[in-house]
Design a protein around this ligand. Structure first.
Ligand SMILES: Nc1ncnc2c1ncn2[C@@H]1O[C@H](COP(=O)(O)OP(=O)(O)OP(=O)(O)O)[C@@H](O)[C@H]1O
Ligand SMILES: [Mg+2]
Length: 231
């Protein structure tokens, strides 16, 4: 049976995560980056957290319905880790092994920011759960979309109105503005602490301009994309 040649380091599949507060445009830009990669003949998939696999999606709906809220941020961090472990083992790692790039709409930095930096869960617990769930699969690049949370709220509200929904949102969207400001600072401090992995991009620009800025960051980090060495 024909064996696939191992991919060279220059052309290996990459794992890119998108992070930031609510409504900053993560989902919009993950889709656009996927299309841009595919236009360059790169095999890529997009996924999201919490979720990405059937078991992790079950945990997602449990958490986002607010059913774990009374358990506190520590137990929620454990639930996120359980979901992430399945996501990594069943979707992220197998795709990367097959040479398929993986784009995730949120990943471990969201746990650091939500449960750790704003939820007050002990650093050691966060770090221990992270190393268990990631099993060596840290992202190669993390795009942190940054903007004023009030302006991002407006986007979420407009989206809800467009969809004919009242703005009830999930429970995170009901939290106070101050809390969201703290969350924003949390993501920025993660970026400061991980300058080799994280790129902060202002999300307060049009979808097209933001898409171009993200593509520039991605190709700067992975110049093999423009050399076509993957093809
Ligand atoms: N650059 C942009 N300028 C203006 N509106 C935008 C921009 N990007 C996205 N939007 C709109 O803002 C809303 C939120 O975008 P999106 O769902 O991509 O954000 P998100 O970060 O994934 O949000 P959430 O955290 O709720 O998942 C959508 O209605 C989207 O169409
Ligand atoms: Mg989204």
């Amino acid at each position: 049976m024909l064996q696939e040649a191992p991919t060279s380091k220059a052309s290996r599949a990459r794992f890119i995560t998108f992070e930031g507060g609510e409504g900053v445009g993560k989902s919009t830009q993950v889709k656009r980056l996927l299309q841009n990669l595919q236009r360059h003949d790169i095999e890529a998939v997009r996924t999201r957290e919490p979720g990405g696999t059937p078991k992790a999606e079950a945990i997602r709906s449990f958490i986002l319905q607010g059913r774990s809220e009374s358990w506190g941020p520590g137990a929620e961090a454990v639930l996120f880790a359980a979901a992430r472990l399945d996501h990594v083992n069943q979707l992220i790692a197998p795709n990367l092994r097959n040479g398929t790039w993986v784009l995730s709409d949120r990943f471990h930095d969201s746990t650091r920011a939500y449960q750790g930096l704003t939820g007050g869960v002990d650093d050691k617990l966060i770090a221990g759960l992270e190393s268990l769930a990631l099993d060596g699969h840290a992202p190669d690049l993390t795009i942190i979309l940054d903007m004023d949370p009030e302006a991002a709220f407006k986007r979420v509200a407009e989206r809800a109105i467009e969809d004919g929904l009242a703005l009830t949102g999930d429970r995170f969207e009901k939290e106070e503005l101050e809390w969201h400001k703290k969350l924003r600072d949390g993501f920025l401090s993660i970026a400061r602490d991980n300058p080799d992995r994280c790129v902060v991009i202002s999300a307060a620009q049009s979808e097209d301009t933001l898409e171009a800025a993200i593509w520039e960051a991605v190709t700067q980090r992975f110049p093999e994309l423009l050399r076509g060495s993957q093809a």
